[in-house]
Design a protein around this ligand. Structure first.
Ligand SMILES: [Zn+2]
Length: 293
């Protein structure tokens, strides 16, 4: 069992022009599917909980312990980073106390000076325990009141100031969106990504990785994106496989209603999706030999 923080893994990824997947978990099945896909591919993986998913599952301590216990029972040997996705100030502190290896403090909706000051505080708290920190500048688009917004492009000067706080990786709005992408989406803003990549050397994070055309994601990875967040794609795969199982009346055949049978196709679909994405992201196996880190 190898729980690690994210600093070296993602720095190596940016240097090597590949990305490491950051997959959201929601429950036991999700956790097992993500871990077994990473183990099969023999690559490091980041498994993350949003504040909402952590609340749903029973809190940060439970999430941390569930993932760690699963790793032990599944004999996982690849490096795993347990990360908080889009945490507010309180959540970041709670996840640090609960033993997460990495936290995102998302202060993008605060006035910039406050985002900067709070990011600094979280960095101090986290780094004292060897925990890596992600911050956000600009904003990731998404649906609000039925309208899908493109988000706010990251300001290069603000990105530089946030990077100077000592954060380990930076999420930047470059036209990416959480959830499903609208048909009229204009694509990623590569000019801004280039400016950001030229200005800061820490790994960049692409949120809303589900649904961006693969060639655009690959281009972004080649330019400095080292952490790719995937959530919606796994949710859609799980829902589709579960729906097919029920529409085929398999829940009514024999003991097909047994939750272990009912949830199996969806769980397999998550694992297949994670493996497929890891495959084209080019994630490289990392041996946890200190000199390689
Ligand atoms: Zn996100």
């Amino acid at each position: 069992m190898t729980l690690v923080h994210g600093t070296e893994i993602f720095a190596a990824a940016r240097k090597g022009h590949y990305a490491v997947g950051a997959f959201n978990t929601n429950n036991l099945e999700w956790t097992r599917a993500i871990l077994s896909a990473a183990q099969e591919k023999n690559v490091p993986v980041l498994i993350q909980t949003s504040m909402g998913a952590a609340k749903y599952m029973g809190g940060y301590e439970l999430c941390q312990q569930l993932i760690a216990a699963e790793m032990k029972s599944m004999a996982i040997t690849v490096p795993v980073i347990i990360h908080l996705d889009h945490g507010n100030y309180e959540a970041a502190k709670e996840a640090i106390a609960a033993g997460y290896n990495s936290v995102m403090f998302d202060g993008h909706d605060l006035p910039f000076e406050e985002n900067l000051a709070k990011t600094k505080e979280i960095v101090e708290l986290a780094h004292a325990k060897g925990i890596s920190v992600e911050a956000e500048v600009g904003s990731i688009g998404g649906e609000e009141d039925g309208i899908i917004g493109e988000g706010e492009l990251a300001d290069v000067n603000e990105a530089k100031q946030l990077a100077a706080t000592g954060i380990d990786f930076l999420a930047a709005g470059i036209g990416n969106i959480h959830g499903q992408y609208p048909a009229n989406w204009k694509g990623l803003h590569f000019d801004r990504l280039q400016e950001l990549a030229d200005a800061i050397s820490i790994p960049l994070v692409l949120h809303g990785g589900s649904g961006i055309p693969q060639d655009q994601v690959e281009k972004a990875i080649s330019m400095g994106v080292a952490k790719l967040n995937i959530n919606t794609e796994c949710q859609l795969a799980f829902a589709k496989a579960t729906r097919e199982y029920i529409l085929a009346n398999k829940d009514q055949e024999g003991k097909g209603y047994d939750p272990r049978k009912l949830l199996a196709p969806g769980t397999q679909a998550i694992k297949d999706t994670v493996e497929e994405i890891i495959g084209w992201m080019g994630t490289r196996p990392i041996k946890l030999v200190p000199e390689e880190l």
